[in-house]
Design a protein around this ligand. Sequence first.
Ligand code: UTP
Length: 271
Amino acid sequence: MKAIIPAAGYGTRFFPVSKAVPKELLPVGDRPAIHLIVEEAIEAGAEEVIVITSPDKQLLAEYFRNDPVWHTRLAKKKGALAKLHHLEEISGRVIFVDQHEQLGLGHAVLQAAPLLEDETEPVLILLGDALVLGGEVAASTAMLEISKERNNASVIGLELVPPEKVSSYGIAAGKPDGSKDIYRLSDLVEKPSMEKTPSDMAVAGRYLLSPRIFTLLSTLEPGHGGEIQLTDAIAALLREEAVYGYLFTGTRCDIGNPEGYLKTLRLANRS
Ligand code: UTP
């Protein structure tokens, strides 16, 4: 399986920090958020992780670049050396692709398409500023299992949100499919009003999508906010193929703004 981590956004909600530090590199414990996300992808079975970045965010590639000087610096520090070896191991699976214009999440995902032309199985997409903490099984691992049980169908991660917050998310409509946590989806709506929302199940930063998504993204007109929206492409996908939603057990944490980041640190501290 291949994974994509879109991490090329401007991070305006975290300005001025984002002027110098990509939000995806903010630390959660002893590791940057994106390190944890790469680990989640690899644990779920990704052989290759494509990080979508931009020429302004070279620090991301720098973090995953093997640098022999650190072997010398850490030679006598056993614990840190073990961490270096682990980082080098996961870095060997990470490659970078630039998104030159920040035209939205769907456009970011599309930048990986040339590398995935021969793909026939679903591709895992993990937002670079979203962590899923807690939960019995990692969200991506559970989603892969659900997909396998359903003939390799697409599965998207969902979380419940309060009614007054639905207008900040992509919201799913669907019917339970053999379990109270799994839904066969009938629609996805980007940022609906509280009055018009089809449910309280929000798209939550983890997607396992049929490669057909790339064709749909390539013909999509800009949607909400003038951006190429991944949600719109998934809405088109579910009119052609079965797409399932999974209400995962962990908590989705958004590190893309100061308040969300502080909440993430509090939660990570407890678990
Ligand atoms: P966000 O919408 O949360 O990121 O996208 P953003 O655009 O950086 O946010 P603000 O509003 O300016 O603060 C979710 C993920 O998708 C990536 C982001 O880097 C983030 O990890 N993204 C977003 C891209 O890679 N390219 C884009 O054009 C937009």
